[in-house]
Design a protein. Sequence first.
Length: 78
Amino acid sequence: MVEVNIRELRKQLAAYIARAEAGEEIVVTRHGKAVARLTAPVRPRPQFPDLTEFRASIALRGEAMSETIIAERQDARY
């Protein structure tokens, strides 16, 4: 947490905004008392779509890959 008075904030606003974007908390003071706080906005995590219906819509043909691999290994040994 960094405390900065309004005059200093006005002089170097871009630098303090960059620090807030980087995750630092900036407390703005007037006459030694906190009047505002700069922080980076809380961004919600993107929600991934439910793929249950999509997966159910895929039609698989042929035998399972695991069965194919097991058969190939057995054929290669003998």
